[in-house]
Design a protein around this ligand. Structure first.
Ligand code: PGA
Length: 249
């Protein structure tokens, strides 16, 4: 298995003051670990606070939750990849389920965003996942593979650049329902195979994370499952106590 990646997606939680407090408490109890990478996706306004707190921690990386696909311009309220890089981010979440299903982001837009992330020299973490109706009608894999193919379709250096994927079934996000390790493994294997045709040998080292109602109780069994290289955690990452348990799983 690749070096595990434990990723915290704070969503719209932890402004700068709370982010500083969180990081202080977390770092106090989480000394440097050489066997895993921690990835934190704070809200953009808290990037600076988190970046400052991890300045001497190479095992912890910073990411942003969303970017615009343009390099700059008249896009009120948006953030560019260059700005994210300048603020210390190394990874960009693209196509998170809430972006797709609450804000109507399309797979074509995720493709433009992944291309922008590549141009800007950061790593895209493309989120894919089916809705319950897709799973019930037996087309979950088809939906996920299509999101994967389209999402990476506008990148030009896939064979040399790092990409990451998070499989997050929509029905598992924030619902308390988790995919079984066996179901997640099956989808991760399909993703790895598809990545092989998209980016060749790079697919072997691409981290494929699972996300969706991961918590302190189920994190260990999920991270131990074959083909699960890491976890993308929402609700259980906002509070230091539960995040510490997940990060140590
Ligand atoms: P959840 O969110 O852990 O609260 O289900 C996961 C995510 O949205 O990345």
């Amino acid at each position: 298995m690749n070096r595990p990646v434990m990723a915290a997606n704070w969503k719209m939680n932890n402004g700068p003051t709370a982010a500083r407090e969180f990081m202080h408490a977390f770092l106090d109890q989480y000394p440097r670990q050489n066997d895993r990478t921690i990835l934190i996706f704070p809200p953009a306004l808290s990037l600076h606070a988190v970046a400052e707190s991890i300045a001497d921690r190479q095992d912890i990386l910073l990411g942003v939750q969303n970017v615009h696909w343009a390099d700059q311009g008249a896009y009120t309220g948006e953030l560019s990849v260059g700005m994210a890089r300048d603020a210390g981010a190394r990874v960009v979440l693209v196509g998170h389920s809430e972006r797709r299903h609450v804000f109507g982001e399309t797979s074509e837009e995720t493709a433009m965003k992944c291309a922008a992330v590549e141009r800007g020299g950061l790593t895209p973490l493309l989120c894919v996942g089916e809705k319950l109706e897709h799973r019930d009608s037996g087309i979950a894999e088809e939906v996920v593979m299509e999101q994967l193919r389209v999402g990476f379709s506008a990148m030009t250096q896939l064979r040399t650049k790092e990409v990451m994927v998070a499989y997050e079934p929509v029905w598992a996000i924030g619902t308390g329902r988790t995919a079984t390790p066996a179901d997640a493994t099956a989808m991760h294997m399909a993703i790895r195979t598809e990545l092989g045709s998209i980016c060749g040998d790079r697919s072997r080292t691409a981290a494929i994370l699972y996300g969706g109602s991961v918590n302190a109780s189920n994190a260990r069994s999920l991270i131990s499952a074959a083909e699960i290289d890491g976890l993308l955690v929402g609700g259980a990452s906002v509070d230091t106590g539960s995040w510490l348990s997940v990060a140590r799983s």
